[in-house]
Design a protein around this ligand. Structure first.
Ligand SMILES: *Cc1c(COP(=O)(O)O)cnc(C)c1O
Length: 376
């Protein structure tokens, strides 16, 4: 009996996206092999962190890299690094950080559910602009001696009201304030691993290891300026400092290293052709079902170029309404997760999206069969 079966926990077929609540992503064999091998010996963790960081920096065309226990942990460690630098006497003051800069400037358009993690670094959000617009003078006025960093959240799915990243970089750099980009789910394209930092001049960027990189779910990456990456590292494990709970183990470090190496070497065009084939298959299977309309959406929910199939269900003509379909998919065994499409004003679920990028062998067929059963 398998592990999940032995606990009575249902497996989930993930036609949704890389949600942490569903397990992030699945690790390919080379990542699992790296974790298993790393688990077989003790190692000097500082030596491992530094060597893996050098390797990942080279693979991602960044000055430096550090493996964390997730993108959120990377944000906390980055802000701690921006506040205290690498000096153990200043790190010892965290998280309160008396006398250290405490504000992180964030566009209103970039307020996201992960903001509260900045508080773990003892920092406060200083919000600028509104959902629709931000002026350069607002950023200039917000940058003071108490500013630790600017947090810039990347992705075309966000509100449009933020200043462009190059403008933020120019203004912040004039005042010596680091710019930290949250790009947790901003892959593909693979170029984003270096685009925000090496390309656009941000000081640091954070990615999730357990999303598009297909690394361990509890892993993340901090990339960018060597002095700031080093400052972040000195705040983390193995040191007994406030960020100790955000520990990446040797297995996560090995797994993420292997995942990054795999990701930068992937034939991304071939991967994309596979996604298109899955969408075409689904569109064919759903064609002709009464009250069901499908359309290709070129972007995923994080605004990245991972195509999805948008399925709209007309409750007057279809065998079931969209909300009922979603309930039955989630209630099945295996459960099937898809992303609901809601009317933003009424909240009515009118359909859903099917994502092709996280399916194991044979799972596209499981999704199609379930939908034909519920809507046929
Ligand atoms: C997923 C996500 C995070 C958190 O990433 P973890 O790797 O789960 O810690 C942070 N910011 C954004 C924008 C995200 O999408």
């Amino acid at each position: 009996m398998g592990f999940y079966d032995s606990l009575g926990v249902r497996r989930v077929v993930n036609a949704s996206t890389t949600f942490t609540a569903l397990g992030g992503s699945l690790m390919p064999p080379e990542v699992l092999d790296a974790m298993r091998e790393a688990a077989g010996s003790f190692v000097d963790m500082e030596e491992l962190h530094l060597a893996a960081g050098r390797g990942i920096a080279e693979l991602t065309r960044n000055e430096a890299a550090y493996v964390t226990s997730g993108c959120a942990a990377a944000l906390v460690l980055a802000v701690m690094g921006c506040r205290a630098g690498g000096d153990p006497r200043l790190i010892a003051r965290l998280p309160e950080g008396t006398g250290l800069p405490a504000e992180v400037v964030v566009h209103a358009a970039h307020r996201i559910p992960y903001d509260p993690v900045l508080g773990l670094a003892g920092a406060r959000v200083r919000q600028i602009g509104n959902a629709l617009q931000t002026f350069e003078w607002e950023l200039e006025a917000a940058l003071t001696a108490d500013t630790a960093a600017v947090l810039y959240v990347a992705g075309r799915h966000l509100a449009r009201g933020a200043l462009p990243l190059p403008t933020v970089v120019r203004i912040a750099r004039e005042r010596g304030v680091p710019v930290l980009v949250d790009a947790a789910a901003q892959l593909p394209p693979v170029e984003n691993l270096w685009h925000f930092t090496t390309g656009l001049g941000a000081d640091l960027v954070a990615f999730s290891g357990g999303k598009a990189l297909h690394g361990p779910q509890a892993s993340g990456l901090l990339l960018g300026r060597a002095d700031l990456v080093e400052a972040a590292r000195r705040n983390g494990a193995p040191f007994q400092r406030p960020a100790r709970p955000m520990k990446a183990g040797k297995e996560e470090i090995a797994g993420l290293y292997a995942a990054v190496r795999r990701y930068v070497g992937l034939d991304h065009d071939a991967v994309a052709r596979g996604w298109e084939a899955t969408l075409a298959y689904w569109a064919g299977e759903l064609a002709g079902l009464p009250g069901v309309a499908v359309e290709r959406d070129p972007f995923n929910e994080a605004g990245q170029p991972v195509p999805r199939l948008r399925v709209d269900v007309d409750p007057r003509a279809a065998a079931a309404d969209a909300a009922a379909v979603l309930d039955r998919l989630r209630g099945g065994d295996p459960a099937i997760a898809v992303l609901p499409a809601e009317d933003p004003v009424t909240g009515t679920v009118s359909g859903f999206w099917l994502g092709p990028d996280l399916l194991a062998e044979g799972e596209a067929e499981i999704v199609a069969a379930a939908l034909r059963r519920l809507l046929g």
